[in-house]
Design a protein around this ligand. Structure first.
Ligand SMILES: Cc1ncc(COP(=O)(O)O)c(C=O)c1O
Length: 384
């Protein structure tokens, strides 16, 4: 049986139309965009077309975009650049449910002496804009709030935080990685200063991402060397990946609504179908969330064991916990939402894509029901 992929928040398959756009750059075409000869100029033209396409998806001006190798790099560049400029003094406001690519550098800056206010979410995984704004102080250097949480999918009030911070004169980093390609995002409406995006979350290639830096916002490069990307990111641009990024952005813009409707239809079918399984909690169900993400706890069924059983049965999903240093830790996001460790250890993330089918969802529900029943039975057997 071919495996069914329900882990689109981790990464997405490459769209064949994106691969087709990239192929010449993996074969007959090559060139360094910084070179003055025709090879270089062709490469440069291709990256500029891609820049326009990504900018158009984000409602940005092409010159505001800095191509990078990953969204992790983009987020690190903002946090570390800001700290560098502030001489590692001052204060940051960071939501407690940020992706590790924001959370970890913020932790490192805290260790290096900066003050950090961590803003906790409510039980649905939503951060209150008032709470973020209340933490802003005279010496606040940066506020970090993601647009959509990668685990539970909750959408965050970035627009309100952006507007409030603009009035207070404090820059905002918005990690928009999970939202782009799933819900409409316009950088101008968000009133933020930095926005990160990664191609592989919406059918583009790995190795291509961008940081949008609002015109007029200060920016210190993380990587120094050549003068690429208007001296904002040294290093030769990954032309094939950037070309693919541009194509993926163009397709996402054209198909955004249809993809969103399709994913939501499948997600709703899945969550309605869960009614047949007992003791299931759907996290963040009563708040605005991504149309493709269903985060559930199957009480009494250990998620690591379940994930392996589902994988063997041909379904790829993600567990609600993170593997760090060889031990399985409960999800930081779930704990911040007030979910108990026990419930967190029984959590799964199902993240759908528009090419999944209702037959796949139905088949998954059958297998999930069977495997959860079996796991619960085994865990109730003494000594098992
Ligand atoms: C919300 C969010 N931000 C940032 C990233 C980092 O992306 P990458 O691992 O491609 O650098 C991810 C990846 O899962 C993410 O979900």
């Amino acid at each position: 049986m071919p495996a069914t992929y329900f882990d689109h928040n981790a990464t997405t398959p490459l769209d064949p139309r994106v691969r087709e756009a990239m192929e010449p750059w993996l074969g007959e075409l090559h060139g360094n965009p910084a070179s003055l000869h025709a090879f270089g100029q062709t490469a440069r033209d291709a990256t500029e077309v891609a820049r326009e396409r990504v900018a158009s998806l984000l409602g940005a001006t092409p010159a505001e975009l800095v191509f990078m190798a990953s969204a992790t790099e983009a987020n690190n560049a903002v946090l570390l650049g800001c700290a560098w400029k502030a001489e590692f003094k001052g204060h940051l406001v960071v939501s407690a449910i940020e992706h590790p690519s924001v959370w970890e550098p913020a932790m490192a800056l805290q260790d290096a002496g900066m003050a950090v206010s961590w803003v906790e979410p409510d039980g649905q995984g939503r951060i209150a804009s008032e709470q973020v704004l209340a933490e802003v102080r005279e010496d606040t250097r940066l506020v970090c709030l993601m647009l959509a949480n990668n685990e539970v999918g909750t959408l965050q009030p970035v627009e309100q935080v952006g507007a409030g911070c603009r009035e207070l004169g404090v820059p905002v980093l918005c990690d928009a990685v999970q939202a782009i390609g799933k819900v409409p995002v316009d950088s101008r409406d968000l009133t933020v200063d930095y926005l990160s995006v990664g191609a592989h979350k919406f059918y583009g290639p790995l190795g291509a991402a961008a940081l949008w830096v609002r015109r007029g916002a200060t920016f210190q490069p993380l990587l120094r060397g050549g003068s690429q990307e208007r001296q904002r990111r040294a290093g030769t641009v990954n032309v094939p990946a950037v070309v693919g990024f541009g194509k993926a952005a163009e397709l996402a813009a054209d198909e955004l609504e249809a993809r969103g409707d399709r994913m939501q239809e499948l997600r709703d079918r899945f969550e309605t179908g869960l009614g047949r399984i007992s003791d299931v909690v759907v996290h963040a169900r009563s708040t605005q969330r991504l149309p493709n993400t269903s985060h559930i706890a199957l009480l009494g069924a250990d998620s690591e064991a379940l994930l392996i059983r589902l994988d063997l049965a041909g379904f790829a999903v993600s567990s609600g916990s993170a593997c760090s240093s060889g031990t399985v830790e409960p999800s930081r996001t779930l704990l911040a939402m007030g979910v108990s460790e026990k419930e967190a250890s029984c959590s799964l993330r199902i993240s759908l894509g528009p090419r999944n089918t209702s037959q796949e969802v139905d088949a998954f529900l059958d297998v999930l029901d069977r495997e959860v029943t079996e796991l619960r039975r085994l865990s109730s057997v003494p000594g098992s």
